[in-house]
Design a protein around this ligand. Structure first.
Ligand SMILES: [Ca+2]
Length: 484
């Protein structure tokens, strides 16, 4: 049978509860020829599997984002490396990633989104691969960012035998805690007279850069030595407008300084010690279009900010359970503890004892952008440290790594180097026992050419410039930096 015939043979089949539609997709300059298999698991879980003609014998599962509702695009790096690549809509359709209406009256959809979509799809995907290639995958890997990073840790914690390796990037693992902080900051931004406009954000970011950019050995517009950029070093208080009222773009009012305080301080909710979120370290790139303007301030219109949208739909559909509830007048986020417990049981991935995953041979790569204004990389650092405490430092080192990528926005973008071959590093670790080392992050232009590179350092190390002074070419090369 040719690959084309094998693909056609899948069309119309029902495999492990999934009804399939399959067709060969011709190669383009960017994507090799593959068999696209669309699957529906009744009533409402849809997935897509991309089967390469030259299979490397392994499966790659790509996680979703936000409140999902659509199937993510194929993972080009995985497909071109020969992986069978699968992803799903997490069990509901339509709306958008900022919309949790599906959860209001559909407990099945809420369970699928929370934790069940991946193992359910996997049961069909494994059978599908056996049918298509005549053998099950020798390895299965899960990779996701944001909500996909949460899905990654859900799999590690609740289904420790499902994957051989997991990449959790910018994981939204503490769902209750981070949404509580989204709510707190949205309230601070919406205070009458706050109006956190772009010039205000630029003033804040420049103040941080002026204080901290050079602390990593090079003034390159990115604060790489985040731990040295302490509140005392930045001294945001010096930006206070005389008297505390808003006196224009050269200072911050008391209400605007309160936004910064909400941002940088931990958020703690009542009822459970995991209902918390570690506040952000100011990055110096808050003014990037994909940072505060998109996620926090809406450039002065809070209802356009993504953090506002996420906490609003969460209050409507999970906490108040009232589609007309107004998150800005709802009152205390933790006023209904039972609602928080229910939300946590569905969506939280805060368990720190992940020895079952380690003991099954699993490897875990954690990654977080240093300029992520959606999710705090300090929260990911906190999870990493807590796991280390529970499993022991030596045990943790045998199966887990954490990388912070300075100047990188939520999942990608921003002024930092955002692209690293993490899947290849994970595969080497799982297949050959070769722990990741010497990883490089690149910043690429729209055509895929490398603009500059940096070492991707294991936390708590950061890339410190150790090249020749005043050498623009050397400054672009990872070899000019040392993880310090
Ligand atoms: Ca710098």
């Amino acid at each position: 049978m040719t690959a084309q015939q094998a693909c056609d043979a899948l069309n119309g089949k029902v495999i492990a509860g999934a009804t399939l539609v399959a067709a060969t997709v011709a190669a383009t300059s960017a994507v090799p020829t593959y068999c696209k298999v669309s699957g529906n698991i009744a009533p409402s879980l849809n997935f897509e599997m991309r089967l390469p003609q030259t299979w490397n014998g392994k499966l790659h599962y790509g996680g979703g984002g936000g409140y999902n509702g659509s199937i993510p695009a194929l993972n080009l790096a995985a497909l071109t490396s020969g992986y069978a690549d699968v992803s799903s809509d997490s069990g509901h359709q339509g709306g958008n990633a900022f919309n949790a209406d599906f959860a209001l009256n559909d407990a099945n959809a809420a369970q699928l989104f929370g934790s069940l979509s991946t193992p359910t799809v996997m049961s069909s995907a494994l059978e599908l691969i056996k049918t298509a290639y005549g053998a099950p995958p020798s390895r299965s890997y899960f990779e996701g960012c944001s909500n996909g990073g949460r899905e990654a840790l859900i799999n590690v914690q609740r289904y420790p035998n499902l994957f051989d390796g997991v990449i959790a990037r910018a994981p939204a693992y503490n769902w209750v805690g981070l949404l509580g902080q989204f709510n707190r900051t949205a309230l601070a931004v919406s205070e009458t007279g706050t109006s956190f406009t772009l010039p205000k954000t630029q003033l804040l970011a420049k103040t941080v850069r002026d204080a901290c950019d050079g602390l990593d050995g090079i003034v390159d517009g990115v604060v790489s030595n985040k731990d040295a950029c302490t509140p005392d070093v930045v001294n945001v208080a010096k930006l206070r407008c005389a008297g505390g009222a808003d006196l224009g773009d050269t200072c911050l009012s008391d209400a605007q300084l309160a936004v910064v305080t909400s941002w940088t301080s931990d958020s703690v909710l009542t009822g459970n010690s995991t209902f918390r979120n570690a506040g952000w370290t100011l990055s110096g790139n808050e003014d990037d279009a994909g940072a505060w303007p998109a996620w926090v301030t809406g450039n002065g219109t809070v209802t356009k900010a993504y953090q506002y949208l996420f906490q609003d739909t969460t209050i409507k559909n999970y906490l108040a359970r009232n589609p007309t509830a107004n998150s800005l007048t709802y009152g205390a986020f933790d006023q209904n503890p039972n609602a928080l417990y229910a939300l946590s049981a569905l969506n939280d991935a805060t368990q720190t004892d992940i020895r079952p995953f380690k003991n099954s041979g699993g490897k875990l790569l954690l990654w977080h952008g240093g300029n992520d204004s959606a999710l705090s990389n300090n929260a990911t650092i906190e999870y990493y440290k807590n796991v280390k405490t529970v499993v022991g430092a030596a045990n943790a080192d045998a199966f887990m790594r954490l990388y912070i990528a300075p100047g990188v926005n939520h999942c990608s973008g921003g002024p930092g180097a955002d692209s690293t071959a993490l899947l290849a590093a994970l595969d080497s670790w799982v297949e050959r026992g070769t722990a990741p080392s010497g990883l490089v992050a690149e910043k690429k232009d729209a055509a895929g050419a490398t603009l500059f590179s940096r070492p991707l350092c294991e936390y708590p190390k950061y890339p410190r410039y150790t090249g020749p002074a005043n050498d623009a070419n050397a400054a672009k090369l990872a070899a000019s930096y040392t993880c310090s």
